[in-house]
Design a binder for this molecule. Structure first.
Ligand SMILES: [Zn+2]
Ligand SMILES: [Zn+2]
Length: 242
């Protein structure tokens, strides 16, 4: 529990007042409820909607994080992971990509809805922190954007979310050690084979001196289209690489 000082309260009310000139004061999903900046402008009622925030909980595949319904005895791997040569230890997704989560991500990424950032960052922090603080990790690597895309968007959402995850876990964020060599198309509508082709050779080390250690990648989202229904599985993904 945190104890807020009087100075902290004054600062917060000043900050919220100042932000109110530029930032909305009500939930940016329903437009009805008054909310504070630290909620990321998504009210409790919207989060609790059936198509609101649905965290991904066990049981899920120990490798790729794919959730399963029903009871499983201990850690397991899905059949999909057995067929693939994966170059990461394990991947975890924070939440199911519900209508609300997809809408927020879209407005954050493409319409500069930066006020949603605390909402998205908190989903990531809550999902990733238990594994990260268990130890063995030395840094975080945000997935880079292709430079033209980053200039258009004016920010890299992975870098911004990684900075918040780094602050919450105490892990340094290693920027500039990986680059995106070419633009890639959005993965959500692609088959597994198309996604592999889309990503092949897209990332490479920059040649900048990379710190020694084990890094966790902070990325975009997982897609489950193995049943060819383009059902999006996860809204936020944290991908840990060796
Ligand atoms: Zn709302
Ligand atoms: Zn799996």
């Amino acid at each position: 529990m945190s104890v807020e000082t009087e100075a902290g309260r004054v600062w917060r009310s000043w900050l919220e007042g100042a932000l109110g000139f530029f930032y909305p004061a009500v939930c940016q999903v329903c437009g009805g409820e008054r909310v504070s900046a630290e909620t990321g402008y998504v009210c409790a009622q919207c989060r609790d909607r059936p198509d609101g925030v649905r965290r991904i909980r066990e049981p899920f595949c120990a490798r790729c994080g794919l959730p399963f319904s029903g009871a499983m005895q201990g850690p397991f791997r899905c059949a999909h992971c057995g067929e693939l040569e994966l170059h990461f230890c394990f991947a975890r997704a924070a939440v199911v990509a519900t209508a609300l989560v997809l809408d927020v991500i879209h407005r954050y990424k493409y319409r500069r809805g930066v006020w949603f950032e605390p909402f998205l960052a908190n989903l990531l922090i809550q999902a990733a922190t238990p594994d990260l603080v268990r130890g063995g990790w030395d840094g975080l690597v945000p997935v880079p954007l292709f430079p033209v895309r980053e200039r258009e968007r004016e920010f890299n959402q992975s870098a911004r979310l990684a900075a918040r995850l780094g602050a919450a876990t105490g892990l340094p964020v290693w920027r500039g050690v990986v680059e995106r060599r070419r633009p890639t198309q959005t993965q959500t509508q692609l088959s597994r084979e198309e996604r592999a082709a889309n990503m092949r050779g897209a990332f490479a080390p920059t040649g900048a001196p990379a710190p020694e250690g084990r890094a966790g990648g902070v990325g975009g989202r997982c897609v489950d289209n193995r049943r060819h229904d383009q059902r999006v599985r996860a809204g936020l993904e944290s991908r840990w690489r060796r």
